[in-house]
Design a protein around this ligand. Structure first.
Ligand code: SAM
Ligand code: SF4
Length: 327
């Protein structure tokens, strides 16, 4: 097997698989409050179909898979999907991104089924603000979910924080403090304009500004080693137990090193999150084409990856919300 690469010679070894467009929260930067059109069940891939496409992807050189959504833990039987994917030998890194609400219930089962690690999205440590950001509730459940994931050995647990000006940017230091006193691995993420809800762009707080605000705790020491091959850069404060990461899709885009493809819950292969182009894998799959042909379509998809996103030119995907693509 030779590895997969795109037309710009970037190695492609990572697939994010969305298993649902449903979610038990409605975060203000991700979904509109109401009026979102959900996929028909018949259009969504079954677990067997996801498994087949994952095998086809693994045959092209995909070795890392992240399960996402919508909220992946709201899809019934998610543990059985993890078990199926963990049996694909070529996939050596199987992870999941969740809002954490149901994590306490599932952590041990996910670990036993072969999941390696989880990322948990948590943008605030305050209950009233949790309601404002997620339009839901359950901060305590998320915090318990994080602890349950650690106890189950889904390590490292990374905490994703989307920073929004005027909403949670006053908590940057609170999250940073968590990395001093506990083993939290916090990743600050720039808010991306996405989908047609178009939250005010002035909400963006750049990674440069976040770093300036963190300077009050002293210098950030780069962390080398195995924090994952993704776009985040990792640091820690002197004496800190945890780490801090930065993901800057808007201001310092990392497209030059992008190694990923996305599969939506309806079986569309999306070569780039920030580009609307998709290849339909579901219909050929349902017509009964073989694994080799599906692998060929995935290779074609990799060739269609654009060189980079075009946010600077205000070219923003408007066809789908993040929940429909898979964040
Ligand atoms: N429901 C799960 C969760 O929240 O972790 C998985 C899906 S969610 C779409 C995946 C990630 O996308 C989350 O970390 C979320 O914060 C991030 N995300 C969603 N919309 C975003 C936006 N407009 N800008 C930056 N990150 C965003
Ligand atoms: Fe749901 Fe995750 Fe989007 Fe929040 S970020 S609405 S939890 S899919």
């Amino acid at each position: 097997m030779t590895g997969l690469s795109d037309s710009f010679n970037r190695p492609i070894n990572y697939m994010r698989i969305s298993v649902t467009d449903r979610c038990n929260l409605r975060c203000i930067y991700c979904m509109p409050e109401e009026g979102i059109c959900l996929n028909d069940q018949k259009d969504m891939l079954s677990y067997e179909e996801i498994f087949t496409l994952a095998r086809a992807a693994a045959a092209t050189g995909i070795t890392k898979v992240r399960i996402t959504g919508g909220e992946p833990l709201v899809r019934l039987g998610i543990v059985s999907l993890v078990e199926m994917l963990s049996k694909i030998n070529e996939i050596d890194d199987l992870s999941l991104t969740t809002n954490g609400l149901l994590l306490r219930r599932y952590a041990t089962g996910l670990k036993n089924a072969g999941l390696k690690r989880v990322n948990v999205s948590l943008d605030t440590l305050r209950e009233n603000k949790f309601k404002t950001i997620t339009r839901g509730q359950g901060l305590e459940d998320v915090l318990k979910g994080i602890e349950a994931a650690k106890e189950a050995g889904l390590l490292p647990v990374k905490i994703n924080v989307v920073v929004l000006r005027g909403i949670n940017d006053d908590e940057i230091l609170d999250f940073a403090r968590k990395t001093l006193t506990s083993d939290w691995n916090v990743r600050f993420i720039e808010f991306m304009p996405f989908g047609s809800q178009q939250m005010d762009e002035n909400r963006l707080v750049t990674v440069t500004e976040i770093r300036e605000r963190l300077a009050t705790f002293g210098p950030l020491i780069p962390v080398t080693g195995t924090q994952g091959g993704g776009p985040a850069k990792y640091y820690r404060f002197s004496g800190g137990k945890g780490s801090i990461g930065f993901i800057s899709p808007v201001t310092e885009h990392f497209c030059f090193s992008c190694n990923r493809l996305r599969l939506t819950s309806t079986g569309m292969l999306r070569p780039c999150l920030l580009d609307e182009y998709e290849i339909n894998l579901r219909d050929p799959l349902r017509r009964g084409v073989g694994l080799d042909e599906l692998s060929g379509l995935i290779r074609d998809g990799a060739q269609c990856k654009p060189e980079g996103h075009r946010l600077a030119e205000n070219i923003v995907p408007r066809d789908k919300f993040m929940t429909q693509v898979g964040g």
